[in-house]
Every structure is written in structure tokens, then in C-alpha cells.
Design a binder for this molecule. Structure first.
Ligand SMILES: [Ca+2]
Ligand SMILES: [Ca+2]
Length: 114
């Protein structure tokens, strides 16, 4: 459970850019449940549910609109990455609050090598 989240939170501690990029990729792949390379609005909604209450209702619409710069049916990895970079602080806050609940930082280390 929350395998991708651990991967995302851990690099904040490690402070390594490569790991950071890698964790975004894991996060994206986890959101993209059907593996078509696009995170559509439904997949995003499901993902936000897993991220907990740090995001308000209909956050997926805001994120989707802001992130989907070419206005097609989904966020590709480039759009997703761009959105996360722009909103990193907010996202980290959300993940950090989740981290406290789940102790994700504690168990992340063994995941890093895989
Ligand atoms: Ca998809
Ligand atoms: Ca798009």
C-alpha cells in the first residue's frame, strides 16, 4: 500500500534530483492505472482520494485544468511533471501530512533500491 507515496516522500530527505525525478515517474505510473501514458480525470480523482483530505472536493478538476496545458483528454508525464514542479510546495505539504499518518518515511529506505 502507498508504495508510490513512499517513493515520492523519501527523496525529500535524500535531496537527490535523480531520485526526485524517478519518484515523480513512479507517482505518475501509479496514477495511470490503465497504463496508457495519460492520467485522465477519473484516474486523478482516484489518486487524490488516496492522498487523503489535504485536497478539497473537486481538486482534481483544478489540477486537471491547470495541468492539462494542451487540453487533450489527460495529463501526460510532461504535463504532470510541470504541474508538480509548479505546485511542489502544496503537494509536499499534502504528502507530509500523509506521511505522519502512515510513517511512510520510516519504511521508504528499502524501496529506494528497487
Ligand atoms: Ca490512463
Ligand atoms: Ca494533455
Amino acid at each position: 500500500m502507498l508504495r508510490w507515496l513512499r517513493g515520492f516522500v523519501l527523496p525529500a530527505v535524500a535531496c537527490q534530483e535523480d531520485d526526485d525525478y524517478f519518484s515523480y515517474e513512479i507517482l505518475f505510473q501509479d496514477l495511470d492505472r490503465d497504463g496508457n501514458g495519460l492520467v485522465d480525470i477519473v484516474e486523478l480523482q482516484e489518486g487524490l482520494k488516496n492522498w487523503g483530505s489535504s485536497f478539497g472536493p473537486n481538486s482534481e478538476n483544478d489540477i486537471f485544468k491547470a495541468g492539462n496545458t494542451n487540453e487533450d483528454s489527460g495529463l501526460d508525464f510532461g504535463e504532470f511533471l510541470h504541474y508538480l514542479k509548479d505546485h511542489e510546495k502544496k503537494m509536499r505539504l499534502a504528502f507530509n501530512s500523509l506521511d505522519k499518518n502512515n510513517d511512510a518515511g520510516e519504511v521508504g529506505e528499502e524501496e529506494a533500491g528497487s
